[in-house]
Design a protein around this ligand. Structure first.
Ligand code: FES
Length: 395
């Protein structure tokens, strides 16, 4: 992946919110968030909590235009996501166009809506890969956390995916409720013949940020789960034939150094929201003062190369101490901007997950205090809750 460590913004040429930056890589990974609508109500959903206020979903023609422009700029991987992308009845048409353009396409789905008929249509359209989410290995917890009766449906969908010869990533978000079930979750993934099982410990954005006290595990719970994963990996070594590879994504809050979020801001990742907002990461809508551009009125090339939002945290000229002089700044790029904002109130701060951050103690306290704060109600993602959380103040 090509990435320059320093970008020179020619601010003297700035016009109407745009600046010039001559040295920018390619948006290799395009995430098309087709809709924020979703039949599930997951308590850890990373979608913006204001999703119910976001209207004006883009049309088929607008999405096709986005895919064409991004492909010309070098995008090669295309994820169809949401919300639930299967709620769009033009999904097959979009997949077909993406396939014609030469993208490697991935459907990121809860499974709801993937009927045998639609699966065949998506296969015919050229869909390459499917990522199916589960909430747990038990019906009870799966259905509780998603506030739906979807466990058995997901099992049927997993079989359908294999019948159509798609490589399957099974994704399960981990937290204190299902960490003790990791062994069973792995067994389920093996039984359903998933090529990959992504055990993604909850990252605290969107609805997960609101519910963090309910989701936060202890360090011991994490270590036990990781030991189960390592035992499974050791048993797999040397085995021949089809195998399930397990990815265990460690939660930031228990680390001493931050992740290189998005592989660097505006480096390779381009996310387009249902209303056409273009973002360097799917949580950027919540960062204040970014002036995110919209593909409905600005070309992808202009957005990617010259918009203030995409240039805001490229390179290292924006960094404060301790990142500015840190010898790891070109490895982790200062960590996650959204996490820095959520925890410190300032997106230009070092990610407080880093032990060098003056705000690191806030992360330590968030972990420590979680068990004492579980009397607050858990909030299931829903349109009603979204409206409640973002109600306009009455005059
Ligand atoms: Fe937005 Fe990390 S999630 S920069």
């Amino acid at each position: 992946w090509r990435r320059r460590s320093r970008h020179f913004l020619r601010r003297d040429n700035a016009v109407a919110g745009l600046t010039e930056t001559p040295t920018v890589g390619q948006p290799l990974w395009l995430l098309a968030e087709l809709t924020y609508q979703c039949p599930l109500h997951c308590v850890f959903c990373y979608n913006p909590t204001q999703h119910a206020r976001i209207q004006d979903e883009m049309s088929t023609a607008q999405w096709v235009d986005v895919m064409q422009q991004a492909r010309k700029l070098g995008a090669a991987q295309l994820g169809f996501s949401g919300g639930e992308p299967l709620l769009r009845d033009d999904l097959e048409e979009l997949v077909q166009e993406a396939h014609r353009l030469g993208y490697y396409t991935n459907l990121i789905t809860s499974g709801v809506g993937l009927t045998p008929t639609r699966a065949q249509k998506l296969k015919d359209a050229g869909l390459d890969h499917v990522q199916l989410s589960f909430q747990d290995s038990t019906k009870e917890l799966n259905d509780f956390l998603s506030h739906t009766k979807t466990f058995e449906l997901k099992q049927r969908v997993a079989r359908l995916i294999k019948q159509h010869d798609w490589p399957m990533v099974m994704n399960c978000v981990l937290h204190r409720h299902n960490l003790p079930h990791v062994g069973k979750i792995i067994e389920m993934a093996v039984a359903l013949e998933a090529e990959y099982l992504e055990l993604a410990n909850t990252q605290y954005y969107g609805w997960a940020w609101i519910n963090r006290d309910h989701l936060m595990p202890t360090r011991e719970e994490l270590q036990e789960a990781e030991a189960v994963v390592n035992r499974f990996r050791a048993e797999q070594e040397g085995k021949t034939g089809p195998r399930t590879r397990v990815l265990f994504v460690v939660p930031d809050y228990f680390e001493e150094r931050p992740k290189a979020c998005m592989n660097g801001w505006g480096a390779v990742f381009l996310s387009i929201a249902p209303d056409g907002l273009a973002m360097p990461c799917h949580n950027a809508r919540d960062l204040p003062g970014l002036q995110l551009p919209n593909v409905k009125d600005t070309s992808i090339a202009e957005i990617w190369q010259r918009s203030n939002a995409f240039n805001a945290f490229r390179g290292d000229s924006w960094m404060k101490a301790p990142c500015r002089t840190c010898d790891e700044r070109h490895k982790d790029f200062g960590g996650c901007r959204c996490q820095a904002f959520l925890i410190t109130g300032d997106a230009t701060e070092a990610d407080p997950v880093c032990s060098k951050s003056p705000h690191h103690e806030k992360v330590v306290q968030l972990v420590k205090q979680a068990p004492t704060r579980r009397s607050i109600p858990i909030v299931f993602r829903s349109d009603a809750e979204s409206r409640l959380l973002h109600a306009e103040p009455s005059a």
